[in-house]
Design a protein around this ligand. Sequence first.
Ligand code: GLU
Length: 306
Amino acid sequence: MDQEMLQRALAHGRRFVRYGKPASYIPELASKDPSKLGLAVCDMKGNIQTVGNCEDKFTMQSISKVIALILALEQNGFDNVFSKVGLEPTGDSFNSTVRLDHLTNNKPFNPMINAGAIAVTSTIRGGSLEERKKISIEFARKITGNPDLDVDYEVFRSEAETGFKNRAIIYLMRSNGIIEGSCEEHLELYFLFCSLACSCRDLSVFAATLANNGVNPLTGEQLIQPHTVKLVRSLMVTCGMYDYSGEFAATVGLPSKSGVGGGIISCAIGQYGLATYGPALDDKGNSIGGLKMLEYLSEEMDLSIF
Ligand code: GLU
């Protein structure tokens, strides 16, 4: 991609960051500098181009729901995972009170909302909790092509200390049989996923792996089966951007996932993996500068899958 194009996208995004603010539910996120903005693009040959604050570290938060889903599907298969979670968008906002009524009798709507991701995470196997954590971190390292990728343990602690709603959700799902085994252990793994610390560069490789039908373009390794990639990308289109997913499909048109840490990944299938970082979020929980950069690039380069 033309480096000038990236610069122009960054300049465009910068005009909007002042209209957003960082997530405030834990101090580690609230204290992030809202003016930060970065963009990384990885092509199918593994060439990475970056602009702005692309080496800044931030936590994946909900972007990790995609990694957890892939790992769960690769370990357990479609039928097992989707016996616990559906494939339908909710239209609920990222911080809405969970529709607990739906959880009492039914499965959570999809793997991109907290309830669904917690149910998915509960299926990730390993001999012990420590083993499950190790397998999960190793998988995240492979998929981002970064052998040093690790957990931000301050964020992890804060998530675990304040995650009362997630605790309520999992116990409700335990009561109706969706969750088996130790709720506290599953939650610990879920919070660990949320707290994976990464840069735009790392996430661009992850997005490129999805855009490249599961082959990590840095290593050439087939990490995800093509049918899993297809399924995951479809869920990213319908549910990846909280209750902005519909408008995002119309304005950007790329399978994407955002997290309240300020990251967004986007897949231009067969072309690029894109990753943006900007902790200033809009009222739907999406990085405002990230959205604007993706809108710009999609428009200028005609990237929409539609
Ligand atoms: N750690 C957050 C939670 O579980 C993730 C939220 C998000 O990125 O949407 O509530």
